[in-house]
Design a protein around this ligand. Sequence first.
Ligand code: GDG
Length: 485
Amino acid sequence: MPGGGIGDPWESVTGMSRLVCVSNRISLPRKSAAPGGLAVGVLSALKRTGGLWFGWGGETTDEPPGDPDLHIREGVTYATVDLRKREFDLYYNGYANQVLWPLFHYFLRGMRYNVEERDAYESVNRLFAQKLLPLLQPRDLIWVHDYHLIPLGRHLREMGVSGPLGFFLHIPFPNIEMLRVLPPYAELLRDLTHYDVVGFQTENDLKAFYSGIEHLFGAEAIRGDGRVRVGDRTLRAEVFPIGVDVVTVQNEAMEAMSSDVVRRMYDSLMGRQLMVGVDRLDYSKGLVERFSAYQHFLETYPENVGRITYMQIAPLSRSDVKAYVEIRQSLEQAAGRTNGRFADTDWTPIRYLNRNFPHATLMGLLRSAHVGIVTPLRDGMNLVAKEFVAAQNPDDPGVLILSNLAGAARELGSALLVNPYDSRAVGHAIQAALAMPLPERRERHAAMLQILKRNDIAAWSRRFIEALEKAGGSEPRVRAVGKGS
Ligand code: GDG
């Protein structure tokens, strides 16, 4: 079993309990899967603790879904369910990604509501509970991830699960004034009260949650110690900022520097400075605004024309959702405009790539960059910002430009913080980053690296599981390795 070695920090945390993680999508190891912060975080937690990871396996069917498929890898049991195609479309492309995602990121223009999608969201959550139930053991710690599965806790409770149930939201939580745009906002808030621990990325998200609780249940529901009391249930709501595996990122980045892809890219720069962005192609990541800031930068500081290369890696995501098709078109046009206007026979200002890379290669590309640009219009955390810092050579680190609307800005105050909507300010920040003297780069980098090491991915999981253990009482739990798998 992983995580059982001498001096392993998990030993004291998980005791003898089994961790069960539930998320919308499961990526089996070695299968190519859509990369995402969620997958990175969940995998890291499960590998360290062992246990069960339950979720949709990526297949849709025309038949009613059968029993979950079980796979065991490195001591972790993966249980995957199929979903019916139509129901999946309504639940995932519809309610999760055209209602909750835009609303929680404060993009009302991208949100529309319909009851059919809401019903599918409910029924997929009920199905998850039904399929998970037979796999559960009496003393499991259950950790549910993200906005796709908010009602899962209520369904499990209704089916008789009384043990510790935790929920972590990877994306921002909106203030009540935004949340109550959603017709069933009260049900959403009530659903969250079925968990014992509800975790958020930042203090802002926690405050927004309290604003909803106060609105619905009155100020007396929030106790002095921050716990929330609704009816006969008490829950802990807390901030758990997700981190990265600093040592792995450092090693990946160093090793990738000698890889073919990174060397070819580096040689192709012909001594020019490099700015890199890595984001899923998503309107929340602020890519259109970033492209326009870069154009602004080239106009304002023409001495950089021909001397800097901006490489934007943007793997496609959620391509079945209209807003994502539209953002893709806008970006192609914006990159084309800038390249058409500024490119020369031997230089292209923007290298725009809609493709995936192995994680290690990405870390090598980040390490090669003089500037990392991470300017989401809103982001729960943003792991790329943290990976950029971890991937740098501490003796000669690149500079991070970071949106102050990303959760990561709360910890990474030594980055060049910008408002992503202010293209002039972002343009200035690019110039400042390129010109920053080595001592200042080192100082800023060292301050951020220290924070990343303290709040790394292991600390994040450990803190959440500790909170869940406390919520369930401190008695020792029995872990039956291999059962239910
Ligand atoms: C959600 C929240 C929150 C990217 N391209 C490739 C690839 N990636 C990896 C990155 C990074 C992860 O995916 C992306 O994580 P982010 O945090 O930047 O963004 P979201 O996907 O929107 O994640 C976010 C996160 O959940 C965690 O809680 O921080 O706020 O929106 O690790 O390196 N990985 C590979 N190939 C790629 O092409 N292998």
